[in-house]
Design a binder for this molecule. Structure first.
Ligand code: SF4
Length: 450
């Protein structure tokens, strides 16, 4: 019987990309994937700890797996990712869940084959957490998620230490991959049929600063912009403080870099931004948005927002609402601040009452939804170039794809259109997506930028 593996991935796209590498290594070891957890011979939980709620979810899953281990003593249950990289966490897992026999972290994903070999040989638990990040290991096997878009991690770690964030403590200092390795990987992905790449990093704008000779994110984008056969380039996540004018110019001049800017602002009050250690002000953020829109008028801008940060007053919150009115984001991911042990903000005074947080997030969502609807309404009658991603999961009669500005569009079509760049005229608008119909009167390259 071919042994089976099952991976549970929690958290962000960087974890999803790491899980593709874990899957690739397991397949190279002779395992095959199974969607049924009770048929697996090895189960890996690739964890997230950005919020305590994410951790609680993991503990819940670990508890559920105990029965499977007693039924199948040879089953290997392993845990890795950001949660295990926290100090004392590995010991806590072994104490609370002895049925979890493999514990490793974010810095030594490449050691999985060796660690599994050790468990099988020595028939005892293995804990291997690297305190500090090592050098980046290239050319690891990976089993990628099928589709038109592929994730490409360009750097690891973060040096920003925003006071609410655990990432710098569990992902280490910033380390960039070499541009040649990234360019080679992207060319390989194109040869495998991928049309779009999503470049991943905690703060992609710091890309290359640690390399000898140093380089910049803008340089990397210019290199990838000439990769033959690649249709689109997206990237996540940017830090507004490090988004310089040259980068805006390179994106404006590029053919493939999409005109969608995800610029997490987090709050509108300078007082709160200072406590968050974000390194910019409301004014400098508005200036950045102004520069982007001056060079790329049709750009879409989205963001992340936290309400209820320690010490946030009603006036501070009004600053956030005012920022939304001024920028008119296309969409925003909104979060209620939650204490994250191990971060400076968790120790701060002035923790905001839960009821107040709930009221503020509701107000924020209501305002942002109105703005998103108005922005989408303005798309009616316009024709967009869509990269078709596949059949819509909610309605099999519809296809779905995204504009260069990252708006989701549903339209009538056939599965053969997947991976194609097609013109779609917008006929209806909603808060989260647009509806459209194929615009056969326009060829893909004849459209002026919107
Ligand atoms: S930039 Fe700030 S919020 Fe983002 S990963 Fe780094 S420390 Fe966390």
């Amino acid at each position: 019987m071919t042994p089976k593996y099952h991976i549970m991935t929690f958290g962000c796209q960087m974890n999803e990309r790491d899980s593709e590498i874990l899957a690739g290594m397991l397949q190279e070891m002779g395992y095959q994937p199974t969607a049924e957890v009770n048929r697996a011979d090895i189960i890996l939980l690739n964890t997230c700890c950005v919020r305590e709620t994410a951790e609680n979810k993991v503990w819940g899953r670990i508890g559920e797996l105990k029965a499977l281990k007693s039924e199948n003593p040879d089953l290997i249950i392993g845990i890795c990712g950001c949660m295990t990289q926290q100090p004392e966490m590995a010991a806590k897992v072994r104490r609370r869940a002895p049925h979890v026999e493999l514990v490793f972290g974010t810095h030594n994903v490449h050691r999985l084959p060796e660690l599994v070999g050790k468990i099988k040989e020595e028939r005892q638990a293995v804990v291997d957490i690297w305190e500090t990040e090592g050098s980046i290991v290239e050319n690891l096997p990976s089993k990628r998620i099928e589709g038109v878009r592929a994730y490409v991690t360009i750097m690891y770690g973060c040096n920003n230490f925003c006071t609410y964030c655990i990432v710098p403590y569990v992902r280490g200092r910033e380390r960039s991959r070499h541009p040649e390795d990234i360019t080679r990987e992207v060319a390989e992905l194109v040869s495998e049929g991928y049309k779009e790449v999503m470049l991943l990093g905690q703060n992609v704008n710091s890309y290359g600063k640690d390399l000898e000779p140093g380089t910049e994110f803008a340089d990397l984008l210019q290199k990838l912009d000439i990769v033959d056969g690649l249709a689109r380039i997206r990237y996540m996540t940017s830090h507004p403080r490090d988004f310089n004018d040259r980068l805006i110019d390179v994106i404006a001049a590029s053919e493939k870099v999409c005109e969608h800017f995800h610029l997490p602002v987090q709050a509108g009050s300078n007082e709160v931004l200072k406590k968050m250690n974000r390194g910019y002000t409301k004014e400098s953020y508005l200036e950045l948005v102004g520069k982007i829109r001056a060079k790329i008028p049709h750009a879409s801008i989205t963001t992340d927002l936290i309400v209820g940060f320690p010490g946030e007053t009603d006036d501070d919150f009004r600053e956030t609402l005012d920022l939304l009115e001024q920028v008119r984001f296309d969409a925003a991911f909104t979060f209620i601040y939650n204490k994250r042990s191990g971060t400076p903000a968790a120790e701060m005074s002035g923790q905001v009452h839960d009821q107040v947080k709930k009221e503020r997030i509701q107000q924020l969502i209501t305002l942002q939804n109105r703005i998103s609807q108005e922005n989408n309404l303005a798309q009616l009658g316009k024709t967009h170039e869509i990269l078709v991603e596949g059949v819509n999961s909610g309605n099999p009669d519809l296809m779905e794809g995204r504009t260069r500005t990252n708006k989701l569009v549903l339209f009538g079509g056939t599965p053969e259109m997947t991976g194609k760049l097609l013109k779609v005229r917008i006929t209806e608008s909603g808060t989260w997506h647009l509806d459209g119909e194929l615009d056969l009167s326009k060829s893909s390259r004849s459209l002026p930028p919107l």
